[in-house]
Write a protein that binds this ligand. Sequence first.
Ligand SMILES: Nc1nc2c(ncn2[C@@H]2O[C@H](COP(=O)(O)OP(=O)(O)OP(=O)(O)O)[C@@H](O)[C@H]2O)c(=O)[nH]1
Ligand SMILES: [Mg+2]
Length: 324
Amino acid sequence: MPLISSNRLLFLAPRRRRYEDVETAALDLALDVAAAPARMLTAEAGALVDDIDQVIALEDRPTPLGSDLAFEAEVAELSDYPCIVKLPSVSLIIPTLNEEANIGWVLQRVPACVDEIIVVDGGSTDRTVEVARTLRPDVVVVTELRKGKGVALRTGFAKATREVIVMIDADGSMDPAEIESYVLAVDQGYDLVKGSRATGGSTDLTPTRLLGNFCLRGLVNLLYSADFSELCYGFMALRRTSVPAMDLVADGFEIETEIVVNSLRRGMRIAEIPSHESERLNGVSHLHPVRDGLRVLSTIVRARFSRLQSDQTGTPSLAQDSIG
Ligand SMILES: Nc1nc2c(ncn2[C@@H]2O[C@H](COP(=O)(O)OP(=O)(O)OP(=O)(O)O)[C@@H](O)[C@H]2O)c(=O)[nH]1
Ligand SMILES: [Mg+2]
């Protein structure tokens, strides 16, 4: 928490408030007395800091609130105050299976907002783990020899300790530079933030995959009254405390679909943000379009007509938004 000089207004919002709520939560900590001791103001802020952990705007102001436009402009400038904008902590989960030629590119692009990197390795026979450890000595490597991306991700989720979990592939098809936009979206109050290639673009989608994704996404939208532009894409962020209620059991590439449909069934808050997918940098895909497409189909249908395993309940209304 920075020192607050006198005659400054500090607008604070409890975490997870949406920006439109900020004005109602705004606190005017300014004192008219020019010589007001900064110490006193800091003490006042200190008393609030347990409840309030996100500084929204800090600026000299003649009046407590400006126009909406001025306010929005300030929010847009938040990146000018990286030290006072507090993002939630982040665990990054990377499943790997023989990705020695790609994992380095991914790790070198991980932004500073990531607090913990967990590589879940499926028993790579190449130098994947060695490269990861060399480039990021702080990486946590978990060996998961049971087969499948879904198993690997679930193992990573169980190991994660931070507030937000981001999952990303190790093949260089997803750009870690996008991670911060996912985290910011979760911080706005979402349980699940899913990237969309429909709005972000892809140079990796073959006609077969495009058709498969189109049909499977359409089926989800139909069966679950949803309105997604994307389904089978593995760049996502999840609020860690929401993961147990997602009842994840998928072993393979159908894991992304299971995350989405079970979040829908729980009435969790879901957002889509644009994300760009490139071709994998090196090596070959582990995905088999027909076999894995059928597994995705089965996940969609089974989940729609079966009961959820755990007895936790979410809010009944569906909430999906597009951001960006
Ligand atoms: N630990 C583990 N990771 C896996 C397994 N299968 C795939 N992965 C990883 O999961 C991620 C996604 O797999 P890909 O083979 O890239 O699948 P894809 O992105 O659908 O296919 P492409 O677009 O062709 O790359 C990659 O980081 C893989 O290394 C597995 O059985 N175990
Ligand atoms: Mg890939």
